[in-house]
Design a protein around this ligand. Structure first.
Ligand code: HC0
Ligand code: SF4
Length: 566
């Protein structure tokens, strides 16, 4: 620890590893394209240069603060170097900003404007390479890549997968998916975390569903239904300058204006998942079978388990995810109520997640030859749909979800943050075993750490529960479980940092600060809602009764569960 002077201001530092982090803590912004506070530092882009007395121009991301240092972040020399760096990056970057998926959310575009880059001495990139559109979730445009390497690092360090890597050296350097194959052929689990860190549009979500949604809405034969996941409600407002606040009812209103016939809440089937999964868990505890139970609502995690831990597939909950439970409910049951054939019901979901696009196309999730979920829009894509529809989002009047699946509990809402599924299960089980009325609050489940483990007593059961987010953290936990070092009864796994609030389809910036703000809002929504435990959802009771003669039986097993085959 010590003090450094930045632009004449004396600033204390403690355990910050570099000048960039010290400056940001003091509210001084330094531009960078390759630095991420949660990933290793490589100092590749040189944009974060600062001038240090007696040391000259240095990259602030890879220079440690030393007591007494005097630093300038915006001197003439610094800004000249930054302009040069930007010009060189732009020379090799496809500058068709008007048609870029990331226009408006691109750091390179922003910095070019901030630093007054007017007219480049270089022509636009001469050779245009083909895009990789093989993946249902992620599109890569190599012409936009500036080789910052953030995608390489996030996939390796946070997900432990390492899909992306550098190929060649010098001016021939490029980033390619493993074995230089199309992304869809790789071990990619579709989480979109590489999209979340890409500063300049080289990686974006596969947004082709937007056109399919418009086509369905304009098709008079189709009844078009939308469901909204928990996490987007606390993030979509960011796209319209409202911050990370609850905009659930505005989203419902916007969807009605776009032309959806019905709008439902995925929270309804999150409650359904809690009930089915908790009973599955209690059953396994009695039999001592297939423990620990792993949650299976995160499709990134499910693909990871299939690829790397096929021996654990019997431990995964057989419950379909809330997205897929809703799809199944709508196509197998609700369609009949409406007198519509499954293929004439077009079901859209708005998800914070790019992997949900892949989950929706898994062959096990179909009814009479029609996908249960026809299209998945990310939070960002939903915002684009609203803009294209000419909707002024911030002015919308609130609108409510449709009957007869209108109720949702706070328990279902917190699915959107890491620990939420586990907390919901505990609330349900505690409520059931202890006949607890009203609120059951669980504390250890909350917070953004990548691994949380706690033991608690519920009735006669002493349960050890684990919660992980990020697959590198999940892998470390699995190794401990497999080696016998750790015994747990249930594990919640979410592939994205912070859970769904940090999903790969959430608005840019999708960083720690935003994830925290969104997750706080998710818990605020829970606190304000009247219902708090899945079993208190009366609409859900009625639906269980009407369609399946109750819950947790053979019939729900057929429609709401699946089997992941080793
Ligand atoms: Fe999630 Fe979900 S909580 S995975 O993060 O379980 O995507 O938001 O919709 O399905 O409910 C994502 C979010 C969901 C599902 C729910 C679960
Ligand atoms: Fe890696 Fe996720 Fe990107 Fe796939 S989507 S390459 S798994 S970070």
């Amino acid at each position: 620890s010590g003090k450094i002077t930045i632009n004449g201001q004396i600033i204390d530092f403690t355990d910050e590893k570099n000048i960039l982090a010290v400056a940001r803590k003091a509210g001084i912004e330094i531009p960078t394209l390759c630095y991420h506070p949660e990933l290793t530092v490589v100092g590749a882009c040189r944009l974060c240069v600062v001038e240090i007395e007696r040391m000259g121009i240095q990259a602030s991301c890879s220079t440690a603060p030393v007591d007494g240092m005097v630093v300038y972040t915006n001197s003439e020399r610094v800004n000249q170097v930054r302009k040069m760096v930007l010009e060189l990056l732009l020379a090799n970057h496809d500058r068709e900003c008007t048609t870029c998926e990331s226009s408006g959310a691109c750091k390179l575009q922003q910095y070019a404007s901030d630093y007054g880059i007017k007219r480049l001495r270089y022509p636009n990139r001469s050779q245009m390479l083909p895009l990789d559109t093989s993946s249902l979730s992620v599109v890569r445009d190599p012409n936009k890549c500036i080789l910052c390497g953030l995608c390489v690092r996030v996939c390796k360090e946070k997900q432990g997968i390492g899909v992306w890597d550098f190929k060649n050296r010098g001016s021939k350097t490029e980033i390619v998916a493993a074995m230089d194959q199309p992304l869809a052929e790789s071990a990619c689990i579709n989480c979109g975390q590489c999209i979340a860190v890409c500063p300049c549009g080289a990686l974006t979500s596969n947004s082709s569903s937007i056109q399919e949604v418009w086509a369905a809405i304009r098709d008079p034969k189709k009844t078009v239904i939308c469901q909204i996941a928990p996490a987007p409600r606390a993030a979509l407002g960011e796209e319209f300058g409202l911050g990370s606040v609850d905009v659930t009812k505005k989203i419902v209103a916007a969807l009605r204006k776009v032309g959806f016939d019905k709008v439902f809440d995925t929270v309804f089937t999150a409650d359904m998942t809690t009930i089915e999964e908790s009973n599955e868990f209690l059953g396994r505890l009695v039999k001592g079978e297939n423990l620990p139970l792993f949650t299976s609502c995160c499709p990134g995690w499910v693909k990871y388990a299939e690829q790397f831990h096929p021996d654990l597939l019997n431990n995964l909950s057989s419950c379909r995810s809330p997205q897929q439970m809703f799809g199944s409910l709508l196509k197998k049951k609700y369609a009949k109520d409406l007198g519509v054939a499954p293929e004439d019901l077009f079901v859209v979901s708005i998800m914070p997640c790019t992997a949900k696009k892949y989950e929706a196309k898994r062959p096990e999730f179909m009814t009479e030859g029609s996908y249960d979920i026809d299209a998945v829009l990310t939070t960002v894509e939903a915002a684009r749909l609203f803009r294209e529809a000419g909707i002024i989002f911030s002015n919308l009047e609130d609108s409510e979800f449709d009957q007869p699946m209108q109720q949702g509990t706070g328990s279902g809402v917190i699915f959107g943050a890491t620990g939420g599924v586990m907390e919901s299960v505990v609330r349900y089980v505690a409520g059931k075993l202890l006949n607890a009325e009203g609120r059951v609050d669980v504390e250890f489940t909350r917070g953004m750490e990548d691994t949380k483990i706690a033991s608690l007593e519920v009735g006669d059961n002493k349960l050890t529960l684990a919660i992980v987010n990020g697959l590198a953290a999940a892998e470390a936990l699995i190794q401990k479980i497999k080696s016998g070092e750790l015994t747990v009864h249930a594990v919640e796994v979410m592939a994205c940092p912070g859970g769904c609030v940090g999903g790969g389809g959430q608005p840019f910036q999708n960083d720690g600060e935003h994830r925290l703000a969104r997750s706080k809002e998710i818990y605020n929504i829970d606190a304000k809602l009247e219902l708090h435990k899945a079993q208190d959802n009366e609409d859900l009771d009625k639906i269980f009764e009407k369609y399946w003669n109750g819950c947790c039986n053979h019939e729900t097993h057929h429609d709401l569960h699946t089997h992941y085959q080793p």
